[in-house]
Design a protein around this ligand. Sequence first.
Ligand SMILES: Nc1ncnc2c1ncn2[C@@H]1O[C@H](COP(=O)(O)OP(=O)(O)OP(=O)(O)O)[C@@H](O)[C@H]1O
Ligand SMILES: [Mg+2]
Length: 255
Amino acid sequence: MVKIIALANQKGGVGKTTSTINLGYALLQRRKNVLVVDMDPQSSLTIYCGLDPRVLEQQQRTVYWSLMKEKDMEDIVIPGNPAVVASSIHLASAEPELITLWDSATVLRDKLNSIKNQYDIILIDCPPSLTLLTINALAAADSVLIPVKTDYLSIMGIPLLLDTVEKMQKRTNTRLKVFGVLPTMFNSRNTHDNDCLNDLRQSLEPRIHVFDPVKRSTSFDRSAAEGKSTLELSPETPGVEVYNSLAETIIAYEA
Ligand SMILES: Nc1ncnc2c1ncn2[C@@H]1O[C@H](COP(=O)(O)OP(=O)(O)OP(=O)(O)O)[C@@H](O)[C@H]1O
Ligand SMILES: [Mg+2]
């Protein structure tokens, strides 16, 4: 059963947040009760959802307060479609504080336990790092989805991420699966993009599934500025339907 999915890649700007939003929307459209969790101090997901991280921080309603200050998750969730666990820049200071805890890798998992039955699917948007915030997301997840830009420097980081996932599978989270790699920002007319996509498929399949790529389009930037998913704002955008088929795959697993 795939209930909690971490969208992770230590490389920045590969489409983790964009994929969280669009996949979340595709699942909502299929009548799923969705919670999105922002584990990135940059708070892009929080802002994308139309929330103000500074205000939420003042109200002690961000993930930091649950991880580090013993607030119940229930009290910090912002209800809506999707429901949101927000972050703020304060989350950056959780990292050195987490290190001092004996259960530093599993704090998020334990906190989510109290609310996870209220949702069909929980999507966790990770920061661009492989430090304790991402480790906590991987420890809490049933499955990890790896968005990756189809460029050379981005695909170079995949082995290190898979290595980390393997270590998690051996020690902290034996049920963690790799849901697959999701190529993003793909330009089919660019030879380099095609070479990278082929490289990804050849090096990973059949061990790890490589989904059809999400094509590059300026619609994604536009929808981020409007605070709506691209699926909702511009459903005709080429490639955006990949998020619909991902949602279908998740639901098929769930059944
Ligand atoms: N398919 C796409 N085509 C064009 N632009 C895209 C696409 N997907 C995402 N983008 C844009 O690329 C930028 C980075 O995307 P996003 O913020 O989702 O990446 P990220 O991996 O979450 O970044 P970070 O590591 O900083 O959290 C954003 O400006 C977003 O609008
Ligand atoms: Mg992001």
